[in-house]
Design a protein around this ligand. Sequence first.
Ligand SMILES: [Mg+2]
Length: 266
Amino acid sequence: MGSELTSWALDLDGVIWRGTETVAGAPEAVKHLRSAGVPVAFVTNSAQRTPSQVAEKLAAHGIPDSEADVITAAMAAAELVSAGQRVLAIGSDGLTVALAGAGAEVVDAARLSPSQLALVGTVDAVAVGITEQFNYSLLAAAMRAIGNGARFIATNTDATFPAADGLLPGNGALVAAVETASGCVPEIAGKPFEPIAALVRARLGSDGLMVGDRPDTDGVFAETLGYQFGLVLTGVTSEDDLPVSPQPAYVAASLLALVEDTLGTV
Ligand SMILES: [Mg+2]
């Protein structure tokens, strides 16, 4: 890459942090990119947090002032609905705030009782992000709404996500339940698909480097973006897994090592 200051899109889990732990050198790497004038965005498939909540978490990991640089799958899902549309949201703040920001009339399923859910009636779309409140009544409401013609939107279909004490079921597990019950396939907003790619390109331009720890999501997402793929070995992929497909343009021990390899020593 040499002196050309291409944009960097950074995955979070396995790149910046691992659960609650900061990846060594990641804050220094981001600081170096920013001081070199490299446009940076943080791109996450998690739909749980709002951009401001993600920025708070980044700040707690030593990366301040990032709210404007955060792109979430919930933001991408909100791009799929129009102002004034009625949307049954099965998710957390990250999803409901994004949908409301797009001007949708949000029916927050996680806050309704089973009897209220049974009376939701017609909606334009059902959006499934992740929520701990997921239950049979929510599933029934989603199934009926989709059966009545609502669009089925998923923020992402990640099977699991890492928590402090190990893996937890991801949004993909909830989406699969809705898919099975409704017999309908969702439109997926997050990585590696186009809706979130459009948001990344709008922020960073048409050339860039997508840095992530998973070839199957981040590497494929780099292809969707038309960016190069930078694989870091601080997440789910280790040296023993190499070579991987899609083939990365760069493989580095960590984000800091990748920054040093491409921009010079921090
Ligand atoms: Mg990751």
